[in-house]
Design a protein around this ligand. Sequence first.
Ligand code: HH2
Length: 337
Amino acid sequence: MSPPRHRPLPQSDPLRPPGARPLAGGPLWFDRLAEHRSGAAPRLVAVGAVPAAALALLTAPRPALCGLSLDRPRIMAVLNVTPDSFSDGGLHLRPEDALARARALVDAGADILDVGGESTRPGAEPVPEDEEIRRVAPVIAALRAAGVATPISVDTRKAAVAAAAFAAGADVWNDVSALAYDPASLALAAASGRPVVLMHAQGDPRTMQDAPAYDDVLLDVADFLAARIAAAEAAGVPRARILVDPGIGFGKTVAHNLALVRGLALLHGLGCPILFGASRKRFIGAIGGAPAPASRGPGSLAVALEALRQGAQVIRVHDVAETRQAISLWEALNAPA
Ligand code: HH2
């Protein structure tokens, strides 16, 4: 039987009991945890019952990301240069449109710009490598040429696209396949020296929503991410350069997504910052009664605030100004300076 995983129960109250531990070096703390074992109901345990090595991973401050300290929430803004992304497809295909959008996102409070040239929405077809490079590299180069200094991530599953994006000025590799889609990815990630986002997905975008199934979605996603961290470390990517992401909507039913949001804090046990992206996704429309992606802003904020409550460090969103405002209020209430 695999060892248990521990989900801290994050608190923000200024009255910290003796023995409370900081969550990932951030403003939240915990003194109790849920112990999750496959095939058993989670049980409540005190900090003292958790092995020292597991506690060290849960409590250690996370390294800064491109100079951004991760002891407060950061916003990754979505900038898709695709004709078919589910929410902003076709809006920023020309570099000048992408540049204008990027400036607006930075002005609205984006900490990182996530540039993607291949939609991974359910049912999407893969984009040829050279076409994806043609979409993202000129946009990243134009952003840098225009003096945009904000960190840029490239959202791609392909090593050649990541390499072209790095050459054009990207800083971070955001890979929804956790460096597993392209056999060249692990070596490039190691050689590049760049931070990488390892995201969980079950199946390929074309078919991933057909019949997603898990034994225990929270433990299965954590086990998958642990295995990908191990693969990345073995290839030469240190854990200090890795972020993890549960991949909301990637081969998941509404119930799977809800279980992952509720249990998100379990992923702190992997010892990496958590990136969380639920913005405008289908389950928000399904539960919130909002069929059009652009009308899912309020539900997206509700879910983002829950991720913050659980200590997620980076929130990937479309609605940057709204999220910035919500984070400002959340910080004032939960993490006063
Ligand atoms: N979601 C999407 C794309 N990339 N990357 C990470 N790390 N996490 C996510 O949740 C995530 C992601 C899908 O959203 P979007 O980019 O808006 O749509 P599309 O894939 O249709 O371009």
